[in-house]
Write a protein that binds this ligand. Sequence first.
Ligand SMILES: [Zn+2]
Length: 224
Amino acid sequence: MNWKGHVILGIIMGLPFISSPEQIFLVVAGALYPDLDHDVKSEIVNRGLYIAGGFLALLILSYLFKPAFFNLDYFIAAVLTAVIYAIPYYADHRGLTHTFVAMILGSIALGYIVLKLSILSPIIACIIALIMVTNDKLLAKTISIAVASWVAFYFLIPPVLNLNGLAFYVVPIFMGYLSHIVGDCITPMGCKALYPLKRTLRKPEAIVMGILWLLGVIYVHKIL
Ligand SMILES: [Zn+2]
């Protein structure tokens, strides 16, 4: 599935689970992250690794020479940033980033980073998450699609889920990520999402995940 398909499926699957406009950027970030394992995305991954390495070096230096400036939360966020980029750097295409293990770890790691950045402003923090997984061209296109779809959804179905703290950031990323795995399972190549098991998930499993998602929507929106 190409980036457009992943963004659209991500928005469809993510919108029912968000309550605030900036969360839509996290849904899209989650939907785009797994394909960072693609060779054409190596510039994004390399950029991320350099930035994470720079922050880590800065934090280690401040710990050694100016301990008053050292902040453990930011150190953890910098380590997680390095991990987030190291996974697609070493993974084969449709390898580790396309698994449920990476979905859980990646959503929590990116959610934690965004939570720490949210002291700047939650909107800026969520846009940074999207910047982290896109290049300028993709960023411009996805931001406009994300904003337009959120506005349309807001008037159709008012948001109901009110999340706080880490969950506010993790859940939208998780939904976007899940949509990516569902989207790739539908393709002929399938997806080995059950790592460390070798089983390839295809259309039938994608349908099961779709039904589970639908049950989640029904539960959250108290439809039945
Ligand atoms: Zn993919």
